[in-house]
Design a protein around this ligand. Structure first.
Ligand code: A3P
Length: 309
């Protein structure tokens, strides 16, 4: 395996002395241990009843996990004030396939939910043969890039001054980001969704923010737990939206101070998954030239999908 990595295209952020090198393997960029975990994850035996929550990092995965968990457990914890989400980090409620495979196999929650950042073509074959459902969360690419920049920067404890945004921008435009090229990730899921539309639900972060109610209802219906009229009237839907909102989750002690072990990184602070949650934060970072360059790339890479990014 070591020999293989010597032959792969690789990239290390020039502004960081500590970040792991990313390797391009089977078309996608990632750290070595994630490529290794991907290969292990491919042994997962998906069930037809599974629902896979898929996304590129920084597209709203934490929010999607919290919402899906709250939807599927609402009968068990029939009041939002009893939800495990109040004391458990959303990433510990629903696990990543490429991160906690052994635990997923044990399925401690008993829920059919699991998550992944893997690209579609890297998924276990059983995901396709089982015909299980897939929810795909995506977000304005420019905001994803800014969010990703801050996440990586904080991960390696660099100040904004020591981590020029321009370099992160150039890398991202070249397709170099964890699980990138970002556009290929979206395109692969979009293409698969064209072939099996009834098995896919595409959710856009910005739409979810604009109209949480109808998007959460759509999600609940898709995962097989639609809200009844009574539930809507009695505020169950509203309570879930409120519980999973950025303001609520980011202010919980568990999400402010806890630490997480993921993707081979020990002590990843939960708070890093809750930054600003603002649409259009990219405007504070992009020059006109950057905007023009990335818009052109997005148009080119996403053409024909109808997805507005
Ligand atoms: P920002 O960095 O723009 O603030 P992911 O969960 O895929 O890692 O994405 C992280 C992004 O989602 C961050 O964006 C984070 O603040 C935002 N986020 C986390 N929880 C959220 C929530 N409950 N509602 C909306 N956005 C949320």
């Amino acid at each position: 395996m070591k020999e293989l990595y010597k032959t792969l295209p690789q990239h290390t952020y020039s502004w960081s002395l500590v970040i792991v090198t990313l390797y391009k393997y089977q078309g996608f960029w990632n750290a070595q241990h994630i490529h290794e975990n991907t290969i292990l994850a491919q042994s997962y035996e998906a069930q037809p009843s599974d629902v896979l929550l898929c996304s590129c990092p920084k597209s709203g995965t934490t929010w999607l996990k919290a919402l899906s968990f709250a939807i599927l457990t609402r009968e068990k914890f029939n009041h939002a004030s009893a939800s495990p989400l109040l004391t458990t980090f959303p990433h510990d409620c629903i696990l990543f396939l490429e991160n906690r495979l052994e635990k997923i196999k044990e399925n401690p929650s008993g829920l059919p939910l699991l998550a992944t950042h893997l690209r579609y073509s890297s998924l276990p074959k059983s995901v396709i043969t089982s015909n299980c459902k897939i929810v795909y969360m995506y977000r304005n690419i420019k905001d994803v890039l800014v969010s990703y920049y801050h996440f990586v920067r904080e991960l390696v404890s660099l100040s904004v001054e020591d981590a020029p945004f321009e370099e992160a921008f150039d890398d991202f435009c070249q397709g170099i980001s964890s699980f990138g090229p970002h556009w290929d990730h979206i395109r692969e899921y979009w293409k698969a969704s064209q072939e099996r539309p009834d098995r896919f639900l595409f959710l856009k972060y910005e739409d979810l923010k604009k109209d949480a109610s109808s998007n959460v209802k759509q999600l609940a219906k898709f995962v097989g737990c639609p809200f009844s009229v009574e539930e809507e009237k009695s505020g169950v839907l509203g309570n879930i939206i409120k519980l999973c909102s950025f303001d609520s989750l980011s202010n919980l002690e568990v999400n402010k101070s806890g630490k997480y072990q993921a993707y081979g990184i020990f002590g990843l602070e939960h708070r890093l998954f809750f930054r600003k949650a603002k649409d259009g934060d990219w405007e504070n970072y992009f020059t006109d030239e950057m905007k023009e360059k990335i818009d052109k790339l997005i148009d080119e890479k996403m053409s024909g999908t109808g997805l507005v990014l």
